[in-house]
Ligand binder design. Structure first.
Ligand code: PMP
Length: 285
């Protein structure tokens, strides 16, 4: 793959794609991003991803240096240039280069970066047999400190929880919020199925409102499965019939163990499978 990386409208080979070490995206995690999927040459829910990017920008008072129509065109162009039919897009907007102090208002040029790459999904075996999770002791950022609804470059909260998961031999970790409720995983939203209903934490639980999450809620509703956003605790996962995660990279992946305890019958459940099939169909539309 001859990778072409977009920086502010220009394209560079991977080794030549560089930004300033004074960029506040690097110095302070001051910036935002989106992770999107390309299926059969088309970006899945590009518009929704861009709306979320603009929302993140507004939340941190960052001016994206172009309008939504132009960025839409540029993302599509970057996909075409990289010639990938199926892949992943990382779209980043940094605060830009400034002085060494925190002051974001002294940063002149927000940097827009588009990386198109192949995607490494979880191994197939995990989609067949389900994922094991542990609950991280690192809680999700308090919404009044740094709202999880902002998809910011400041992902240390998630990285620390991910580390706990990996050290426990799990590829994902469950994160609780400051109230002890289930929030989400380090890079995925969480759902449970109980008595034929689909339950997932609401935005107020301190989560990123996933594009995949919202697509799955729509698919469930269309299929006559009631989807309810409500606060959940670990208890709800322990007594669930089924559990699964959603994310642009992960898509829909079953969860069968939490903290060493089997969920449901320890196998991916029928509603998870049904929604996974519906999702795979949707992304090809
Ligand atoms: N939560 C977090 C913390 C994430 O980083 C992501 C994206 N990887 C998600 C949830 C899922 O969001 P989406 O479906 O939009 O990819």
């Amino acid at each position: 793959m001859n990778q072409q990386i977009y920086i502010n409208g220009e394209y560079f080979a991977k080794d030549d794609a560089k930004i300033s070490v004074y960029d506040h995206g690097l110095l302070y995690g001051d910036g935002i991003f989106e992770g999107m999927r390309i299926y059969s040459g088309k970006v899945f829910r590009l518009h929704q991803h861009l709306l979320r990017l603009w929302e993140s920008a507004a939340a941190i008072s960052l001016q994206i240096p172009m309008d939504l129509e132009k960025l839409t065109r540029d993302v599509k162009e970057a996909v075409a240039r990289n010639g990938l039919q199926d892949g992943y897009i990382r779209l980043i907007v940094t605060r830009g280069a400034g002085a060494l102090g925190l002051d974001p208002f002294r940063c002149s040029n927000a940097q827009v970066i588009i990386i198109v790459d192949k995607i490494t999904l979880y191994p197939d075996e995990l989609y067949q047999n389900g994922l094991e999770l542990v609950t991280a002791s690192t809680i999700r950022n308090h919404p009044a400190a740094l709202s999880p609804r902002i998809k910011s470059l400041n992902y240390l909260n998630n990285v620390l929880a991910k580390m706990e998961g990996l050290k426990a031999g799990c590829k994902e970790a469950l994160m609780l919020n400051h109230l002890g409720q289930v929030a989400e995983c380090t890079g995925d939203n969480v759902f449970v199925v109980r008595g034929g209903q689909l339950l997932t934490p609401p935005k107020e639980a301190g989560i990123l409102e996933g594009i995949t999450r919202n697509a799955v809620i729509e698919l469930a509703t269309e299929a006559g499965i009631e989807a309810i956003e409500m606060p959940l605790t670990r208890h709800d996962l322990f007594v669930a019939d089924e559990c699964f995660l959603t994310g642009s990279a992960a898509e829909v992946i079953p969860v069968v163990i939490l903290d060493g305890r089997t969920i449901g019958n320890g196998k991916p459940g029928p509603i998870t499978q049904q929604l996974n099939d519906a999702f795979r169909e949707l992304v090809q539309k």
